[in-house]
Design a protein around this ligand. Structure first.
Ligand code: GLU
Length: 302
């Protein structure tokens, strides 16, 4: 993995703020450690401030015990953010964002079920549900708490220069349809919260896993509709892979950091292995936090 941020981006966004944004719906695993290392390592190279954002917008699934474990695990790994924010502390900012979009007549109520949207789709495809616009012209009142809320997206292409993946072009309206901003249970969705927070918390650089690349175009459009004139820069890091051709199995990637910590595994062992599987260390030998972050910082290309 290599990353690159152009000089003009670096000067217009100085000082940088970036963020690590886990959801407290489970324990951190090695995929999260990979993200955290990329966030803190790139931040080190840019002299950026790191914000830890607890993404607990899904009230049905978020648990305080997982939030506490995130703090403990990160401290144990030596990855301590300068600031901390939690989405459930300020629901009013998401409600205000809906009001602002409503003032531009961009919202509509939607009572479609996931089941209907997933009909005919299987596996991978079903997890990224494209909305077909069925409720667009039905006139359902989006303020009715029993219906979901969607925002109308114009059909347009969105381009961004990903600091790791290079130039990307997406067509959110055709690829995902109108995004859901509040679900039928009253939860503000990830897509809304992340855009509002990155804007209000002045995040200039988003570093996260490549599984979220497809969300970026719609987040740039939504940010624009909410008045953000300059979107953040994006860096989507590769997901962990097995570099030796050996089968590591799901357990390797999904083992909870908290569990390994309790079992007496050293943090250096986890850091070294994760860095190796990100392609940033020749071997999986144990590494200090400092050495791991230095390796990510050094993967910068001019
Ligand atoms: N909360 C998301 C997750 O845990 C990450 C969101 C993001 O980085 O944009 O997968």
């Amino acid at each position: 993995m290599q990353w690159r941020l152009t000089k003009s981006e670096s000067s217009s966004r100085n000082p940088w703020t970036t963020r690590f944004a886990p959801s407290p719906t489970g324990f951190l695993h090695r995929g999260h450690v990979a993200s955290a290392l990329c966030v803190f390592g790139i931040a080190r190279a840019l002299d950026a401030e790191v914000l830890l954002r607890i993404e607990d917008h899904d009230r049905g699934r978020a648990r305080k015990a997982f939030e506490d474990a995130i703090d403990t695990d990160l401290a144990w790994l030596g990855l301590v953010a300068a600031r901390r924010a939690r989405q459930s502390d300020h629901p009013e900012r998401y409600a205000a964002a809906l009001d602002a979009l409503d003032a531009s007549r961009l919202l509509y109520g939607c009572d479609c079920s996931r089941k209907r949207l997933a009909q005919g789709l299987q596996g991978e495809l079903a997890s990224e549900l494209r909305y077909d616009g069925q409720c667009r012209e039905r006139g359902l009142d989006w303020r009715d708490p029993t219906v979901g809320v969607r925002v109308r997206l114009e059909a347009e292409l969105v381009s961004f220069d990903d600091a790791i993946l290079g130039p990307q072009t997406q067509s959110p309206a055709t690829e995902c349809g109108d995004p859901l901003l509040r679900d039928r249970h009253g939860n503000f969705t990830y897509q809304l919260c992340v855009v509002v927070d990155d804007h209000l918390e002045r995040v200039g650089l988003v570093v996260r896993g490549a599984d979220l690349t497809a969300s970026t175009g719609r987040q740039i459009l939504l940010a624009r509709l909410l008045g953000r004139t300059e979107p953040p820069a994006f860096a989507h890091h590769p997901l962990l892979v097995d570099l030796e051709g050996k089968k590591l199995g799901k357990r390797f990637f999904s083992a909870a950091v908290a569990q390994e910590r309790a079992a007496g595994v050293a943090p250096e062992k986890i850091l070294g292995e994760v860095l190796h599987h990100l392609g940033l260390a020749a071997t999986a030998a144990p590494l200090s936090t400092d050495a791991a972050l230095a390796a990510v910082a050094a993967a910068r290309r001019s």
